[in-house]
Design a protein around this ligand. Structure first.
Ligand code: ADP
Length: 162
């Protein structure tokens, strides 16, 4: 059985993330969306539990996709699933630099681990969780950026955030 791990902070999950997850679910038998406790992102909007809950709701439509969370290194986490491949989305050249470096670090820790990249859908090239957080905090319309099921969660949270 082929397994893909789609890692990220998903704070919150966007339509750009979901596009990558959906396309990955067509290629692999099983997809694990892995929410990382990302130490470099200091003021998250949502707790890991809230992010898991939102991801869970939006992946209901994909039977071979599940969600998990972890606070160790991704290359260590992936050892739980021998043969699993990391799948990430690439938006722009700026993503490439960072992802290239991460890939080298992961390979150093776990040489068996492969990473594959899917290029972002043109509609979502400029979409990121930070843009969603920023827009929501100013009360801007976020429909078309995130799945409908989680718009209210973001609007409610944005009122008390910042
Ligand atoms: P963000 O940068 O939005 O905070 P994450 O850290 O959660 O996102 O990123 C998780 C993965 O999803 C990364 O591989 C990232 O490149 C990818 N990704 C994020 N947004 C998009 C998008 N709009 N299109 C394609 N891939 C994306």
């Amino acid at each position: 059985m082929s397994i893909a791990i789609c890692p990220g902070s998903f704070d919150p999950i966007t339509l750009g993330h979901l596009n990558i997850i959906r396309r990955t679910s067509r290629i692999f038998d099983r997809v694990i969306v892995c929410i990382m406790h990302n130490a470099s992102k200091t003021s998250p909007m949502f707790s890991v539990e809230e992010r898991m809950d939102m991801v869970n709701r939006v992946i209901q439509r994909y039977p071979n996709v599940e969600v998990d969370a972890q606070d160790c290194l991704l290359a260590e986490y992936a050892r739980k699933y021998p043969g699993a491949v990391i799948v990430k989305g690439l938006r722009a050249a700026s993503d490439f630099e960072y992802e290239f470096q991460m890939n080298l670090i992961n390979k150093n820790i776990n040489p068996e681990l492969e990473t594959m990249f899917l290029t972002s859908d043109g509609k979502y090239t400029f979409l990121s969780s930070s843009i969603v957080r920023e827009m929501a905090s100013y009360g801007a319309d976020i429909s078309g950026l995130v799945p409908n099921e989680i718009i209210l969660d973001i609007q409610n949270k944005a009122k008390s955030w910042r």
